[in-house]
Design a protein around this ligand. Structure first.
Ligand code: INI
Length: 154
């Protein structure tokens, strides 16, 4: 029996981060957590490209452009924060962003990690961006490291 498990080893890997400016007070914290995880596990700053898109809805659109580019990337991390308002707008943005990222990830030959918060309140988002409930940017970056390594084994 052969058992495969991804290691958290980013040495020599290049990563693209696609991050939304909307709710930037939150997304900047997610980015801080993600960079911390990547750099702690061997990825050097010069091998990280950060692409700021206007809002979460633009993340999947940007992913499709990245997929068509010639850029050498080993993995992509998506970061965003969709926070519920008074109208159903949240539901549309959250659903389309999530479906779009999942669809890009299914078609991609490199791993794409999902670090988009979908929260009812700003407090919930703050908690998940490093205040009380960990930093989801850090966690999504760890998943990316694990998947980049695991995929080598196929
Ligand atoms: N974009 C977000 O990233 N988070 C939100 O909470 C949000 N809300 O609530 O509206 C949001 N909207 C903008 C959207 O992502 C697009 O940028 C916009 O619709 C233009 O395409």
């Amino acid at each position: 029996m052969k058992i495969f498990e991804g290691k958290f080893d980013g040495k020599g890997k290049s990563v693209a981060i696609v991050i939304s400016k909307f709710n930037s007070a939150i997304t900047e914290k997610l980015l801080g957590g993600a960079l911390d995880a990547l750099e702690r596990h061997g990825i050097v700053k010069t091998d990280i490209s950060v692409y700021w898109v206007p809002g979460a809805f633009e993340i999947p659109v940007f992913l499709s452009h990245l997929a068509r580019s010639e850029k050498k990337i080993d993995g992509i991390l998506t970061l965003g924060a969709v926070i519920r308002g008074e109208t159903p707008h949240f539901d549309y943005i959250a659903a389309e962003t999530t479906k779009g990222i999942a669809s890009a990830a299914m078609k991609s030959s490199i791993p794409i990690s999902y670090g988009v918060l979908t929260c009812d309140t700003l407090d919930q988002a703050m908690d998940r961006a490093g205040a009380k409930s960990g930093n989801k940017g850090f966690e999504a970056a760890m998943s990316l490291l694990e998947m980049m390594d695991l995929l080598k084994n196929i």
